[in-house]
Design a protein around this ligand. Structure first.
Ligand SMILES: *Cc1c(COP(=O)(O)O)cnc(C)c1O
Length: 425
């Protein structure tokens, strides 16, 4: 279905265009111009792929309808457990995909859409170019690996991502290239931005990004909220969402606008408290991120926040009626990991721990589905430090570590990146 552009009310984009571009060329963010209301009662008994097909048909519209069934079956080909973990707490385990974090849902759906679109417009290249501080790049690379018609280039800062993350990034090859840059994540981000700003490069390579700005990622994530609603033992639970760039919460609120039965949402952040402070005070103060144990949520200026404001027509009171927020400190995060191991015999990762701590702080004994966003084995040092136990690695991580490791060194220089990409055969 057609999309509007935040800040540019007169303009519209097709779904195809919004997915292909990621972000509108003149700035702003794509957002559905209206959202479909689903026949929720009818959808609940369906199996995950069938229900997801109905949801995504309604969201994406007719352009991609012929391909959706196949894309869904291939993209969501891993388990999605909803476990009863403690009284009034269910965990929706979103981490059983190839890179052991929830980003696999969005990235795999987006990757397959891009590949299908590329095959229908032969002659046009499609190159996903992204800078990563760890998780996003690996999810994009894993999702695009070996897909026809698309390529993926990931830039990462040398020595500033974890060993497991680096080994994963270098485990693909083929149509995926991982570039190690001597610099920070922000330096990598600057190189990527320079490439996007270069019209020749951008057009010849068909550059697109894979971050949560792309609406296809958000749409894919809507599906698992409805799956939780179909399987939960609670009547209208809260949904607790560990948040950084707020893509995951945007998807939840979109689901809610489409009819998801929910008491409300809890936005759980680490010390990067821009959003909790806004909900408390009405003042929105983006700022540089600070480093915490839940590093994938270290975001001080969340890029999906304008979408959430728009979903509530900029009405702070309406937003407060549906979304609560809490900011969790580092010590409390580690203590939550320790406590869940001791009291519930369960290893949880630091991001999920922020969600569980926020649920306790805000909801007490109210029923909640907490989104478990990463497998604890992605953060072995933190989990080991808090519990004394090293989390066993899931098969997907083992498989990546068993493949050959290939990365390329790239100078911190926009011209060098341009040359390298243009020479890619
Ligand atoms: C990216 C990420 C988050 C934050 O998700 P947003 O959609 O950016 O709010 C939380 N947990 C993990 C493990 C992540 O990788």
């Amino acid at each position: 279905m057609d999309l509007g552009i935040l800040g540019r009310p007169a303009e519209r984009a097709s779904f195809f265009e919004a997915v292909r571009r990621g972000a509108p060329p003149g700035g702003g963010l794509y957002l559905p111009s209206r959202w479909p209301t689903l026949p929720v009662g009818e959808l609940m008994p369906l199996a995950f792929p069938e229900r997801s097909l109905r949801i995504l048909e309604a969201l994406c519209g007719p352009e991609v309808a012929p391909a959706l069934r196949q894309i869904i079956v291939e993209a969501f080909d891993f388990p999605l457990p909803l476990v009863s973990a403690a009284p009034q707490r269910e965990l929706l385990e979103l981490f059983w995909g190839p890179t052991a974090a929830f980003k696999d849902f969005g990235a795999r759906f987006l990757g397959r859409l891009l590949s299908w679109m590329a095959e229908r417009t032969p002659g046009d290249a499609t190159t996903v170019l992204t800078a990563t501080s760890g998780d996003t790049g690996a999810a994009a690379a894993a999702a695009l690996w070996k897909l026809p018609g698309v390529r993926c280039a990931v830039l990462y800062p040398a020595r500033r991502i974890s060993l497991v993350q680096e080994r994963m990034l270098g485990s693909f090859g083929d149509n995926v290239r991982a570039f190690r840059v001597e610099g920070s994540f922000d330096d990598c981000q600057r190189l990527v931005k320079a490439a996007f700003a270069d019209p020749t490069l951008s057009t010849r390579l068909g550059l697109t990004s894979a971050n949560s700005i792309n609406v296809a990622r958000l749409y894919a994530q809507v599906c698992y909220y409805f799956e939780a609603a179909a399987r939960t033992a609670f009547e209208r639970p809260w949904y607790v969402v560990p948040s950084g760039n707020f893509g995951n919460l945007t998807a939840g609120l979109l689901a809610w606008r489409m009819g998801l039965p929910a008491r409300g949402f809890v936005a759980a952040t680490n010390r990067n408290a821009t959003v909790p402070e806004y909900l408390a005070t009405g003042r929105y103060h983006p700022r540089p991120a600070v480093a915490t144990p839940s590093s994938a949520m270290d975001v001080g200026d969340p890029n999906n926040w304008p979408r959430i404001k728009a979903l509530f027509a900029n009405d702070l009171e309406a937003l407060r009626r549906t979304v609560s927020a809490a900011s969790i400190g580092d010590a409390e995060t580690l203590d939550t990991i320790r406590r869940w191991h001791r009291e519930h015999d369960r290893l949880i990762d630091p991001h999920t721990a922020v969600g569980l701590a926020a649920a306790d702080a805000i909801l007490g004994a109210e029923p909640a589905v907490v989104l478990a966003t990463a497998h604890p084995a992605k953060f072995p040092d933190i989990v080991q430090g808090a519990t004394g136990v090293t989390p066993p690695r899931p098969a997907a991580i083992e498989a990546a570590l068993a493949r050959p490791f290939v990365v390329e060194d790239l100078p911190l220089d926009a011209a060098a990146l341009a040359q390298t990409l243009l020479a890619w055969k």
